[in-house]
Every structure is written in structure tokens, then in C-alpha cells.
Design a binder for this molecule. Sequence first.
Ligand SMILES: [Zn+2]
Length: 460
Amino acid sequence: MPDAGIALDSGVATYQNITDPEQLAVIDQWSRRMIWFGIAAYLVGFGLWFFAPSGLIARIVMLVTALCVYFILLLLVMTPRKLRRLAKEMGWRRGVRPVLPYPLSVRVQVATSVIGFAPMVVVMGLQLPGMFGFTIVLAMPVFLIGVTLVKSSRLREPGPPSCPKCAYPVDPPEFPAMCSECAAPMPTLDAATLMPRVYRPWFLWSGVGLIVASVALFYGVMFKPPALVGVLPRPARLALAARDHKTFETFDLTKLSPAERDRLTGRILSVRDSDEIAYLHPQLTWIGGRLLADELDADQVERFIVGTAELGVLTRSRDDGRTEILIHAETPEQSWRTVQTTYFFGGFEFDPVPEGYSILGAIARSESGLDWRSLGYTFDERDRHEVKYPALATANDAPILTPIIREPTRVRARVVFVAVPAKTSPAPTIAWHDDGTWTVTPQPLAAFELTAERMIEPEP
Ligand SMILES: [Zn+2]
């Protein structure tokens, strides 16, 4: 038998048999470490998703730092000196590949694909957060393991002298010989190979299966074809219906149990409040319909109407040193088809009281767009000490004030959110009473009062 490590077949000279137990032990340790390191990097990368800063520059800096740490660790810790020495001894260079016994041969394939993929998780999390990146991160490992299995289904492995063409063992090894399987001529032992490709059909088909599964996973999550969604179990489809209007529309909503309706309502509002998905109109129209049918409890109504509403402040500095401030309420998305929601400002307070402020007018939001309307209201010195702005009686009015802001100033507003059936005409109005209460006409479906505040920073 010729020495292992010598390429016998000129056609496969770029492969090198590794059979020395010491060398195998080095590679064995390296491949195990690589797989664990890759898995750890995948999980840490996932963890970093939750700490992703919102600014683009900050995200790029974080990404570059994370990748640098990854590659430095990979080079320093994960390429042991023993392996480097082995590579040098064996004269490995570009294109020369070690041929390893099974199953180490497969594990090395897995290790290289794991370490190649692991940094993708942090790239996706920091550059493409959301459903797309998440799907890539889930589908990619399945895809890569599939590819690795397909590649591993015909790996070269150290073996007895075999036919270089079909890997059939040459038996007995007497030369000149002819392959008894494919009739390839082998005039000398050198014409046989000690590194036959070993065919493992089970690897091939499970690899193909994983590739198909990963593509289906990606396709299913991104495009949600009805046929694929249809085979999901009912709870999974219900969960999906909260985020995906196509799935939602395939549901027969009248057949939901009361508990399922409440769960779906809660999920839809969570998706809406997370601001992740832009199009939730059919789902919100349905919740509006539930409100009209008096099917929602008080907490659900408040969550639907008020949700994550907050005070919005737009500022613009003017040539006269004043700051023009537009105050409005940033209301969560609702459906205008079933329920119309409006808000009324019940007065403002500034802390500290800024100098020389007055109300310029108000932007009124109406069906035709934004209307400018002067409130005909100016402040004199006396008002300045009263600290309070008047309540506004028209729905969705956004007052524009022009104080001089010299220091961080807190603006606090009393806001009443009102829900009425869609197309209620005339639009609801509010009457503010001296004792601090209010009345909305016509009688609304629901009304909530809350105090919201916001800081205004002085212009630099
Ligand atoms: Zn053959």
C-alpha cells in the first residue's frame, strides 16, 4: 500500500489524505470549537437586535464593532497554533483540500458554513431589522445546512484503492486492472485512487429537503400564499391574522369564539402600537365594528381609541427670536370607516412660563385636509400670569403658539379623546364647564380624558 498523503491520481492532485491520528485530533478539536463558536455568535447576534440603536450612524458603528470583535476572536482564539502548524506542514494552500474520514469530513463542512453564516445575524438585525431580516435569519441556517448536506453526500474520504471514476473498490488490487463496475482501465496502482467519493443518498435527499423547507419558510413568511397559510393550525393562522391583512380576510370572523375575538383584538392593537406594519386597515375596521356593536370591554375601548397617543410638538424658529410651536395629538391609527375619533384640547400649561407668548391661530384637520384658521385670540401681560391657554372647542384643532423659549420647557395639555360612529354629522363638539367637566354632543361611543406632556428644547 502506498503512503497516505501522497496524491496517487493526477486528476485529483488537489486533495490530500489525512489519516494521522494526531492530525485528525487537531482537526476534530478545531471543527467542534468552530461549531460552538458559530452557534454562540448566532445567539449573541440575535441578542444584539434588542440593543440596536435607532440612529443609522450608531447602527453602522455598532455593526462594524461587532464584526471586528467576531473576526478577531475567530482569528485569535479559534485558529489554534496547532492547526496553523499542521496546515504549514501539510503544505495546504489555496485549492489543496484535506480528505478526512467520515464523520469528521462532514463536521468540517458544517463548521465552515456555520462560521460563515453567524455574522449575518448581526448584519440583518442592525441593517434590516423587522420581518425581512428575521425571516432571513431563520431560513438561512436551514438553507446552509441543506447545502452542506448536499455537498457532503459525495465527499472524498480515505479508502481502499478504488476506481477513480466510479469509486468502486479495486478487488483484488492487481494491476493492470479494469474497473469491474464501469470498465475504466487502471494500468497501475497509481491510476487507482485512495480518496474515493463516497455517495450517501440519505444526505443528498435530506439536504434537498432542508433547502426546499428554507425556501418555503422564506416564501411563506414574506408572501404568505393562501395555500400555505391554509395548512397552518388555527391558532397560528389567528396569530398571523393580526399582522397580515390577507390572512385576516380569509377568516370567517363570525365563527370566532368570544375568547378568540378578544385575543385577536389584543394582538391587532399590539401590532398597531408597535408601529411595525403599515397596513392594518381591515383589522382596525373590524375592531371599530366591534366597538359599534358594544362587544368591547372598557379597557379594549380605551386601548383602541387612546392607545399610544401622545402630545406632538412641531417647532420652527422665527426671525423675531420667537419659536413657533404647533401642538397636536399624535393619535394611533384607527379605522375611519366604522368609528371616527377626534380629540379636543382642554388647555395648556407651560413650565416654566415662557416670555411673550400668544396664540397665532390653529390648524384644523378636516376631511378636505388642513385648514388654517385664526383663533382671533391674543395674549396680554395679564394672561401671561394666568399660565393657562384656553380650551379649544373644535375637534382636532392644533394651536400654534409663538413664545420665546430660552430653556427646556415642559408643555402639558389636557386632551379629551372622543369616538363617534363614522360619518356622524355634524361633527361632535365639546362644551367646557367652569367646574372642569365637559360635555360632548352628540353622545359619543366613548370619551377619555388624559393629561399629556412633552419637553420643548430651545433652538441652539
Ligand atoms: Zn469504475
